[in-house]
Design a protein around this ligand. Structure first.
Ligand code: AMP
Length: 170
């Protein structure tokens, strides 16, 4: 299935090799296959959370397969209810993620999903956000990772004990 990930050089800016997942999700059989693998990894969870925007695709499909609820972790200013936020550093500047605090029962177990693990900063911030919302992250799942950026090691250091899985590991 790794052949269904298209690498676009210098997108969205020079020096970035963008991992484009749209060929994979355009292939129904491959999309179902990865969704089932994510669903299996989330079997112990009460909810599956996805990080905006491409994490929504895989978290939602796994939710539909398992009848679990979906939790959107969104960029700042998009969620209308009571929220908490987490701001983290990017290569240039910073970003903020938010989650609703008035929907999900405290203590619920949550599997967190995103498409690409790069440096790990986004996933660490999202996991801290879930914890701050009173939820219990039980693991992280990515469709693919960029091993040379050492995201797994950063996650292991920042969130000891939390399992990180990559569906299409190289
Ligand atoms: P990071 O916080 O560095 O782990 O970056 C992960 C987030 O940025 C994920 O939400 C990815 O969708 C996106 N991302 C980072 N690098 C890439 C890349 N090379 N190709 C596609 N998406 C990327």
């Amino acid at each position: 299935m790794n052949d269904l990930i298209r690498v676009i050089p210098d997108f969205p800016k020079p020096g970035i090799s963008f991992k484009d997942i749209t060929p994979l999700i355009a292939n129904g059989e491959a999309f179902l296959n990865v969704s089932k693998q994510i669903a299996q990894l989330g079997r112990e969870s009460d909810y599956i959370a996805g990080i905006e925007a491409r994490g929504f695709i895989f978290a939602s499909s796994a939710c539909a397969l398992t009848e679990k609820g979906f939790i959107p972790i969104r960029k700042s200013g998009k969620l209308p209810g009571n929220t908490i936020s987490s701001t983290y550093d990017l290569e240039y500047g910073s970003a903020t993620l938010e989650v609703h605090t008035d929907i999900i029962k405290q203590g619920s177990k949550v599997l967190l999903v995103d498409d690409v693990l790069a440096t790990g900063g986004t996933a660490i911030a999202a996991t801290k956000l879930l914890k701050a919302a009173g939820l219990l992250p039980i693991g992280l799942v990515f469709l693919l990772d960029i091993p040379e950026l050492n995201g797994k090691a950063r996650i292991a250091e920042a969130l000891p004990g939390l399992k990180t899985e990559v569906i299409l590991a190289q």
